[in-house]
Design a protein around this ligand. Structure first.
Ligand SMILES: NC(=O)C1=CN([C@@H]2O[C@H](COP(=O)(O)OP(=O)(O)OC[C@H]3O[C@@H](n4cnc5c(N)ncnc54)[C@H](OP(=O)(O)O)[C@@H]3O)[C@@H](O)[C@H]2O)C=CC1
Ligand SMILES: CC(C)(CO)C(=O)C(=O)O
Length: 304
């Protein structure tokens, strides 16, 4: 079926696992999408294996140089440390009133030099997606995605106007406190990921092993201290309990930082514990546990 008339055309910058997942579901709804790739131009045939469905889809790929069309709607799903460079590579193609959604871990969304009337949103997800091979994408866990406005112009657009453009197969929630949600995810990742690297363990062992659990509790206290100084709210007061719930729910997971290291990839650690340590420093707070874990992960990572 051809794309519905007047349906939005989404460009996806960072078509790895999450970006391709969104592109698959958009295509299922017959929305036009274009993937902006660092390396390739041309079509790509893929298959999505999801909890409730399985279907073939294709991606139209273009490099930033080959882009001709003005971008009106942009989803950014690079890793956090890739976000600014990726954004800068396509800036000139963005319309003055483009809608930009940044879905990734960390806070890089706050560094993007958007123009005054561009609408900037951030999103955070507990969906799980990975490529089984070059052509097969797996939507491993149906999660929840929270999305909300970052700048004043985005706040002016009614939530429905944006939500009806997004894939209906995903569990999406519009929220006005998206910064708070990003911080929650950041705190959870700061607690789980580097410690998982230190002990080379799955998430569940962080709470089932008494010695590691004590380290996790201490780490959570340090993160809560920073959150308290930033007045992020009572959710962070019982951070260990929140982290333990996530570790339990994902007990069989190898966290994404450990996976990146195992695959020889650059990790997002600078955007996680690195970001937290920088904020703490600016508040004159000491975060020795986060700092030590940051250094440990960097020492185990390929060049950042
Ligand atoms: N996968 C998951 O289950 C989850 C992921 N997340 C978060 O979502 C974000 C995306 O994760 P994920 O999809 O797994 O990551 P991937 O590494 O699979 O995807 C990132 C993509 O960005 C591309 N990219 C990087 N720089 C550029 C650039 N300058 N121009 C164009 N493309 C670029 C990469 O392309 P190249 O091939 O060229 O490197 C890659 O395809 C991360 O922040 C992650 O933490 C959150 C929850 C779950
Ligand atoms: C929640 C958690 C820790 C699940 O593994 C994650 O987001 C990650 O691995 O980055």
């Amino acid at each position: 079926m051809p794309p519905a008339q007047h349906s939005p055309h989404w460009h996806i910058l960072g078509a790895g696992a999450i970006g391709s997942l969104w592109s698959a579901y958009w295509q299922q709804q017959h929305f036009a999408t274009t993937v902006i790739s660092r390396r390739h131009s041309g079509p790509r045939q893929l298959e999505l294996i999801a909890p409730q469905s399985r279907f073939a889809f294709s991606q139209q790929q273009l490099t930033a140089v080959d882009l001709e069309q003005e971008i009106q709607q942009l989803l950014i799903t690079t890793k956090a440390h890739q976000c600014l460079a990726a954004f800068n590579s396509i800036q000139h193609r963005l319309s003055d009133d483009a809608v930009i959604v940044v879905l990734q871990n960390g806070m890089a969304v706050n560094t993007l030099p958007t123009r005054a009337q561009q609408r900037l949103y951030a999103a955070t997800t507990t969906d799980g997606a990975h490529f089984k091979n070059d052509k097969t994408l797996v939507h491993a866990g149906q999660g929840e995605t929270y999305l909300g406005p970052i700048n004043a112009y985005a706040k002016q657009l009614p939530a429905d106007a944006l939500m009806q453009q997004l894939p209906s197969a995903l569990h999406l929630h519009y929220c006005l406190d998206i910064e708070q949600r990003l911080w929650r995810k950041l705190a959870i990742n700061c607690a789980i990921n580097a410690l998982g690297v230190k002990y080379q363990c799955r998430n569940g062992e962080l709470i089932s092993n008494a010695a590691i659990r004590q380290e996790l509790i201490d780490l959570c206290q340090e993160i809560s201290m920073v959150a308290a100084a930033l007045e992020l709210g009572p959710w962070f007061d019982n951070l260990y309990q929140e982290v333990a719930k996530v570790a339990q729910l994902t007990h069989n997971n190898i966290n994404s930082t450990l996976q990146d290291i195992n695959q020889g990839k650059t990790t997002e650690i600078i955007a996680l514990n690195g970001y937290l340590c920088d904020i703490a420093k600016s508040l004159q707070l000491a975060t020795p546990l986060n700092q030590a874990l940051l250094e440990l992960v960097l020492a185990n990572s390929p060049a950042q």
